[in-house]
Design a binder for this molecule. Structure first.
Ligand SMILES: Cc1cc2nc3c(=O)[nH]c(=O)nc-3n(C[C@H](O)[C@H](O)[C@H](O)COP(=O)(O)OP(=O)(O)OC[C@H]3O[C@@H](n4cnc5c(N)ncnc54)[C@H](O)[C@@H]3O)c2cc1C
Length: 367
């Protein structure tokens, strides 16, 4: 039997970043539990690693914006950056996409309108005969999810945190002022349980006898392909989410941007989705995509309103879940928000300046 100041369940970026912030805020003897033998094996290790201002539902956009300065502060602490410039090019190739660009993407502020000729100048692989209009997000970046995860892990350990891998939570029982968390071979008593288990968070809520959040996991596939890429090419994204493509070293990372609903699990790339990604990117470029070097898939998990959920579901039982396709780009602000909310403190001023208010993320908004 162990006694912990807080138990965080889930060793992806969600759990690791919140655990580090709780430890830094003074929570004593915090413990992070991860079911797998290693950390960051599921969604966190499978992302497209991008940071895009203006991405996602409104309350997610606030977290993305608020994360920017915090990414920079973490870089100073670590001695190396977690972001590197990679502008985003939103590409419209049909009349419908052109309308979407004008009505939904250009009004987002950080997006500059480009005509077709300028879009081709900035991404010469784009076929001039297919592009109709485009948008440019100059401030978008490549992110380093694993570097960020490692940095939070170091901070957590330095603040006295304990990490246990191969430690699946199999039961949680309320014990008056706290919770008893069961592992197959041990038990932990704590006043605060934080469920940050990605796609599995609703299952853990059920295990604790708490109401679910109605989270839904969606598979998304990525393939790394041989192509004639230039290292400074932008991250090109179809306006209607039909494909995306960006340089990944000497290769090109492509996705068909699919959202296939799934049960929580170890997502596998589907050959048809890999083929679809190549076909769609080939149709709008002169890249001449060649063989697939590797491919993978991961689960993006959303709440019904596509906004992060942070707060208590029962006394002493909290969730940090529903990061969707933004768990990396929002991690610094989301973790700071979660630590403040879970410790009953006010939301940090730098987050509030970007419009981050606790109520917009609280589970009760979903009722
Ligand atoms: C293809 C793809 C592209 C993406 N691109 C981007 C991007 O460009 N930018 C961006 O910001 N985001 C992106 N994302 C989203 C981002 O990767 C996720 O939002 C983020 O990784 C979610 O982190 P997490 O910690 O919540 O989940 P996970 O990394 O899945 O971690 C949850 C952990 O909980 C553990 N767990 C489950 N049950 C238990 C249990 N009973 N006991 C203990 N542990 C348990 C799991 O083993 C797992 O390790 C992308 C995702 C995908 C799939």
């Amino acid at each position: 039997m162990t006694t912990a100041g807080a138990v965080v369940v889930g060793g992806g970026i969600g759990g690791m970043s919140v655990a580090a912030e709780l430890a830094a805020a003074g929570v004593e003897r915090p413990v992070l539990l991860e079911a797998e033998p290693e950390l960051a094996r599921h969604t966190t290790g499978r992302s497209a690693a991008s940071y895009i201002p203006g991405h996602g539902a409104p309350a997610m956009r606030s977290l993305v914006a608020a994360s920017r300065d915090r990414f920079d502060a973490l870089a100073v602490e670590a001695g190396h950056p977690f972001l590197r410039p990679r502008p985003v090019l939103h590409v419209a190739t049909t009349a419908d996409e052109e309308r979407l660009l004008r009505e939904e993407i250009l009004p987002l502020g950080p997006v500059e309108e480009l005509d077709a000729a300028e879009a081709v100048r900035r991404w010469p692989a784009l076929r001039p005969d297919v592009v109709r209009a485009a948008g440019w997000v100059a401030e978008a970046q490549d992110a380093d999810p694993i570097g960020l995860h490692q940095h939070y892990r170091r901070r957590f350990r330095a603040a006295g945190g304990t990490i246990r891998t191969g430690a699946p939570v199999v039961g949680m029982v309320s014990r008056g002022t706290g919770w008893r968390v069961s592992l197959p071979d041990d038990e932990l008593d704590t006043g605060l349980v934080v469920l940050a288990a990605g796609a599995w968070t609703d299952r853990l809520l059920a295990l604790a006898g708490a109401p679910p959040l109605d989270l839904q996991a969606y598979r998304r596939t990525i393939a790394i392909v041989r192509a004639d890429v230039r290292p400074d090419d932008p991250f090109a994204v179809s306006v209607s989410d039909a494909w995306y493509a960006k340089p990944e070293g000497q290769y090109l990372l492509v996705s068909p941007s699919e959202e296939t609903p799934q049960e929580p699990g170890d997502a596998r790339a589907d050959d048809l989705d890999v083929a679809l990604a190549l076909e769609r990117v080939d149709a709008v470029t002169t890249l001449g995509l060649r063989s697939v070097v590797t491919s993978w898939a991961g689960q993006r998990t959303f709440a019904p309103d596509r906004t992060l959920v942070v707060g208590e579901r029962a006394p002493g039982l909290a969730v940090v879940a529903g990061q969707g396709g933004s768990g990396i780009e929002t991690a610094p602000a989301a973790a700071a928000l979660a630590a403040a909310v879970l410790l009953g403190r006010s939301v940090p001023d730098d987050l509030r300046r970007h419009g981050v208010e606790a109520a917009a993320y609280h589970p009760d908004r979903l009722l």
